[in-house]
Design a protein around this ligand. Sequence first.
Ligand code: CA
Length: 232
Amino acid sequence: MPKILIIEDEPNMGLGLADNLEFEGYLVELAADGAMGLQKAQQGSYDLILLDVMLPNLSGFDICKTLRQQGNKVPVILLTAKGDELSKVRGLELGADDYMTKPFSLRELLARIKAILRRVQPAQPNADTPGPVPIGQLRVDFQAYEAFLQGTPVKMSHKEFEILRYLWQRRNETVSRNDLLEQVWGYEAFPTTRTVDNFILKIRQKVEEDANHPRIILTVHGVGYKLKSANP
Ligand code: CA
């Protein structure tokens, strides 16, 4: 179970979040001030930290900055006050992964948490893809970054593999372009959704028997793509 540290001084907010996250199946710890929060973050091993910006003792910025300076890469979602645009920018500059502006919807927070946890677990990206898997006319080995067409190696770029892997991991589900951007490109660059479409075209030329009439990587109009697979 992913373990989440909440650093939040407002008791209602902190306890409310803790309850809801526990209900969702996360292991949760709560720190009610900055100093205690930093200590826990340094000593414990967490999969994610929800970090309030305005805290007694140490601010959320100080905590984030200190953790990053110490090489701690734990994903951080900042909880900023309404209308505080500067906080968002500063937080992302200091190494936060995302931010939520109070008051936020629990649903959206949960979605962001899930997205970040999915993104930062590359340690076992192949957990559900033990060997080469059939995708369209290819057999794709995500572990070795290799693809074969009837036994012959097919050239694919790293990015193409990453995109295909993400679609494969969520096969038979609709994946939005924005989701692909976040998952595959992350926040280090800001390509457009058009970039995603171009990569999909390239991938289709390899996966599909007829790229003009895709039957494996389908377009879901106005949303994104869906990889059709007989594999459950
Ligand atoms: Ca606060």
